[in-house]
Design a binder for this molecule. Structure first.
Ligand SMILES: Cc1ncc(COP(=O)(O)O)c(C=O)c1O
Ligand SMILES: N[C@@H](CCOP(=O)(O)O)C(=O)O
Length: 466
């Protein structure tokens, strides 16, 4: 499988190179040159398979040329062996048509573990083939950071520098990052928003000398391998609910558009997806883009769903590329225009392409609270605020009543105990695997959100290429 850049001028690369590169050299994101296709019989054959076997079947076409099937299985077994539920991503029924897909049974209690545990294994495998060393630079609004750090802490061939917006992640999220003691882990709180942190990361990649000197790579969902691993659970859930005979709809609490884009990929591969609901909080750039064609960056408003407090959604570029006719040169111009003016209109082709599958809903704080209460009253489920945004949108979804609706439950309620307590009156306890979090010592740097300050910090500590 070869991968091409959404901006049309970086060289096409195989899976191994794409995984290690993170971002394409023209500033674009890598996507497969064509979508693998699963027939109804291929999908039927997934029934009853374990999560690991489903993962091997779904991901095999994406890694051809870089990993054999047995190698892929080994890596999946290592990655998913650390999950605390046998099903890895179990489904929980809420009522006759609503389901939660629990994605938070990994080591750091958020859906990010599903992809990042595998990415840690992939880095190790590919780096051992090359005798090379990577410097990972990442940005987090709370969950990617801890999941990525857990996945690579202590690995000899990788250093990780993780930027988070100071004061804008929950205490549990921050401590999950800053209490990890490993010589290759560097946490940086920057003065600014997640968007500022993400822009700094992209600027480091776009500085060709800096990027080459430190062999930069990405753990954010700009890295294709992240999304590939997330495609698996759409298949796993839909097959359990009757696919390919029965279509399934998904509602996805959305920020950087990675998780929901993985659902789009599953649909392009042949999974019968009736609808993909993009559920945003009041930071609603994606809702405005999908409903009105207006992708213009507003000020980020801090909310009880900090991981979705995002106004520039990296992976939206992948949708604009694919749904808009795969014209990389034209998209490069459109994206440069957005980077300069912070505003962009979707073309008719992009809007038409997206509207075939996507719907969107903006959910405010009241809607979120009501969904948390409904999940508790209707099914005794305590859900986190991000999952509640997804559930509120799911309950407003306009699809055939015979279609099951799956809300992606993206984080464990214990990560956001204050918000959950405010909404439900119940304070979720910390699960045993993170039980001593508040007794551990924190360590992190505080830096201004400038390119100069962050690159100087990284350059002093990272391992330059030989
Ligand atoms: C708990 C949680 N829910 C939802 C999201 C949004 O997912 P995405 O950025 O893939 O759209 C995030 C962050 O990415 C998150 O951490
Ligand atoms: N919500 C995310 C933001 C980063 O998104 P990513 O999926 O691109 O890594 C977080 O929790 O950090």
């Amino acid at each position: 499988m070869q991968y091409v850049s959404t901006r049309g001028s970086a060289p096409a690369l195989g899976f191994e190179d794409v995984t290690l590169a993170g971002l394409a050299s023209d500033g674009g994101l890598y996507v497969p040159e064509s979508w693998p296709s699963f027939s109804p019989d291929d999908i039927r054959a997934l029934a009853g398979l374990s999560y690991v076997e489903t993962a091997v079947r779904v991901m095999a076409p994406f890694v051809t040329g870089s990993l054999g099937e047995e190698e892929l299985r080994e890596l999946c077994e290592a990655a998913y062996g650390r999950f605390s539920h046998d099903a890895v991503t179990p489904l929980v029924q809420l009522d006759h048509r609503h389901w939660l897909l629990e994605l938070f049974h990994g080591p750091t209690l958020a859906f990010k573990d599903v992809a990042l545990q595998l990415l840690g294994e992939l880095f190790e495998r590919f780096l051992s083939r090359r005798e090379d060393h990577l410097t990972i630079v990442g940005a987090t609004s709370g969950d990617t950071g801890s999941a990525a750090i857990d996945a690579v802490a202590g690995r000899a061939k990788v250093d990780i520098f993780m930027l988070h917006p100071e004061g804008r992640v929950s205490d549990v999220q921050r401590r999950q990052m800053t209490t990890v003691r490993a010589p290759n882990v560097y946490n940086i709180a920057i003065d600014g928003s997640f968007d500022d942190a993400q822009a700094l990361v992209k600027a480091m990649f776009n500085d060709a000398d800096f990027s080459r000197r430190f062999n930069l790579s990405a753990v954010n969902s700009i890295n294709w391998a992240r999304l590939m691993a997330q495609v698996v659970y759409y298949f796993y859930a839909a097959v359990r609910l009757g696919a390919p005979e029965r279509p399934v709809a998904f509602s996805v609490p959305t920020g950087n558009f990675g998780d929901v884009f993985a659902g789009y990929v599953a649909a392009q591969m042949g999974l019968p997806v009736a609808r993909l609901m993009v559920a945003t909080n009041v930071n609603d750039i994606l809702h405005r883009a999908l409903s009105e064609g207006d992708y213009s960056q507003g000020q980020v408003v801090p909310t009880a769903t900090p991981s979705m407090d995002i106004q520039v959604s990296s992976n939206f570029e992948r949708l604009l590329f694919d749904a808009g006719g795969r014209d990389g040169k034209a998209l490069a111009q459109q994206m440069h225009g957005f980077e300069a003016s912070k505003a962009m209109r979707l073309t008719n082709a992009q809007r038409d392409g997206a509207s075939k599958l996507f719907a969107s809903t903006r959910v405010d704080a009241d809607g979120m609270t009501m969904a948390m209460r409904w999940a508790y009253d209707a099914a005794g489920q305590i859900i986190d605020p991000h999952s509640a945004i997804g559930l509120a949108a799911a309950r407003a979804m306009d699809v055939d009543p015979s279609v099951p609706v799956v809300t992606l439950a993206t984080a464990h309620a214990a990560k956001f105990r204050d918000a959950v307590e405010r909404a439900t009156g119940t304070r979720p306890p910390l699960p045993p695997r993170v039980g001593d979090l508040f007794a551990r010592e924190e360590s992190y740097a505080k830096l201004p959100g400038t390119f100069e300050a962050v690159t100087a910090y990284v350059a002093e500590r990272a391992t330059p290429r030989a």
